[in-house]
Design a protein around this ligand. Structure first.
Ligand code: HEM
Length: 480
């Protein structure tokens, strides 16, 4: 027994010594290399499991809160197989985003890069990225939305809502609307069997984004690769047909595809493969994000009856001046002040994109720390949006805060749901308009209640667990 106890004792002492040695050398080397303070967690997996389990719950904030209070708003950790510097600081986030292409470059997991294709805007770099980013922006800016897209948005939202009755899975319906809309903007197609089939394949591609990118290990990834091929096969003939039509002097469509094919325009000279990758990535970027914010905005409003009542009043006022089927116009959109508070608050609290990953292109000095070349950096917008330092009662849905916050009281860089710098979301205005029009038709057409309890989770993406089922009832028509 004595031998047993003394062996245990010696082993424990040995292990303790090793652990203390590792901790001391890590601490020493961290200080010597002037890395931000933090925890590396377990060998290889680092703190990945803690991060995933936090973000699979409704309240992931403690993961960041604990580290910020222990180490400060810039700390290091080890997640998804790599040492990563995490920023919860608005100034540092701005520095990271603004220095895209100079000190930092975008960095996506292997699964996403493979499925998107190398010619997608999200993976492009340098001059080509600048050119294609501004081309995308030119298709989603205010004049284009005002003159062309608003009518389509209004029509597609309305047409989809016509079939709703009883129990509706709001997330699925919102996805349908945003998919149809994105296809219309990109290629001028109205909803049909072709777009429905494309959407099915497309959803399989998205499911593969957050899997291990090894076909042998993951059937979801294998399915996603096959679906990606099918999406490319469906898009390629559309691109070829459009080229042919243009050569033969056919009708000139005014959509994203036409702009990319423009021989003499800024997007000239792209191959079919490049265009297909580009279209596919735009579908990814616009469709999932916008449909999720539509669903979650309704969830927050349902749980905040005073905000919902005020929103209804604003939109009943607009509808009262219009005929039943008259579409919203730009003036209507511009006369929705409370709606814009709701949109801001939904963007702030839901954090559809919680932050962006970058990779350092050289050793970078951040707040006196040196981040080695090749390290991952995560600029967390979520941490800023939900921080008590920047917003009062930040974890409550309170749209009225935006009535009180004007430009002089909003601290710069604290509200960045669309990122910033050269990769700032080119769809930011479009997303705001789609959400506003959707809210308009939702509150003027229906009253509703949650059909069952549902919960928001944040990993692998922000969504509700049950696709937010609601019970809808048609309202009496509000009219002039
Ligand atoms: C609520 C809806 C949306 C949110 C929260 C959102 C958020 C973001 C954020 C944070 C980024 C920056 C990524 C980075 O810096 O690495 C981004 C990029 C992007 N977004 Fe959006 N987005 C939304 C809707 C849209 C829509 C409707 C479109 C369609 C045009 C779109 C197209 C893109 C594209 C193409 C990029 C990549 C830009 C680049 O890398 O240059 N997004 N989005």
């Amino acid at each position: 027994m004595d031998i047993f106890l003394s062996t245990i004792f010696s082993l424990s002492t040995f292990l303790l010594t090793v652990l203390l040695f590792i901790a001391a050398t890590t601490h020493f080397s961290r200080r010597k290399r002037r890395l931000p303070p933090g925890n590396s967690g377990l060998p290889f997996i680092g703190e990945t499991l803690q991060l995933i389990s936090a973000y699979k719950t409704e309240n992931p904030e403690p993961f960041i809160d604990e580290r910020v209070s222990k180490f400060g708003s810039v700390f290091s950790t080890h997640v998804f197989g790599e040492p990563t510097v995490f920023s919860a600081d608005p100034e540092t986030n701005r520095f990271i985003l603004q220095n895209e292409g100079k000190l930092f470059e975008s960095s996506y997991p292997g699964s996403i890069s493979n499925l998107l294709g190398k010619h997608s805007l999200l993976l492009m770099r340098g001059g080509l990225h600048r050119r294609m980013h501004s081309l995308t922006l030119s298709f989603a800016n205010s004049p284009i939305i005002k003159d062309r897209l608003l009518a389509d948005i209004d029509r597609l939202v309305r047409v989809n809502m016509e079939s709703w009755s009883g129990r509706v899975l709001l997330m699925d319906e919102a996805k349908k609307i945003t998919f149809q809309l994105t296809v219309k903007i990109l290629m001028s197609f109205d909803p049909c069997e072709w777009t429905e089939n494309l959407m099915k394949e497309y959803m399989l591609v998205i499911e593969g984004f957050f899997t291990v990118p090894w076909p042998i290990l993951s059937s979801t990834y294998r399915r996603a690769i096959t679906a990606r091929k099918k999406v490319a096969e469906a898009l390629s003939p559309v691109v070829r047909e459009r080229r042919r039509e243009r050569k033969e002097g056919g009708e000139k469509k005014e959509d994203m595809l036409a702009a990319m094919l423009d021989e003499d325009g800024s997007g000239g000279g792209l191959s079919d493969e490049e265009i297909v990758d580009f279209l596919l990535a735009l579908l990814v970027a616009g469709y999932d994000t916008t449909s999720t914010i539509m669903t979650l905005a309704i969830k927050y409003l349902t749980e905040t009856p005073r905000a919902l009542a005020q929103l209804k009043e604003e939109h009943d006022g607009i509808r009262a001046k219009k005929d039943e089927l008259e579409a919203l116009n730009w003036e209507d959109y511009k006369s929705m002040p409370f709606t814009q508070c709701v949109v801001n608050e939904a963007l702030r609290i839901t954090n559809i994109i919680s932050g962006v990953f970058r990779r350092t292109m050289e050793d970078v000095n951040i707040k006196g720390y040196i981040i080695p070349k090749g390290w991952k950096v995560f600029a967390s917008m979520r941490a800023v949006h939900l921080s008590h330092d920047h917003f009062k009662d930040p974890r409550s849905f309170y749209p009225w805060r935006w009535q009180q916050m004007n430009n002089s009281t909003t601290i710069p860089n604290t509200f960045t749901p669309f990122g910033g710098g050269p990769r700032r979301c080119p769809g930011y205005e479009l997303a705001r308009v789609v959400l506003s029009v959707f809210l308009h038709h939702m509150v003027t057409t229906f009253s509703w209640e949650a059909a069952e309890e549902d919960q928001i989770v944040y990993f692998p993406t922000t969504r509700t667990k049950k696709r937010y089922p609601i019970l809808v009832q048609r309202r009496d028509i509000v009219g002039p």
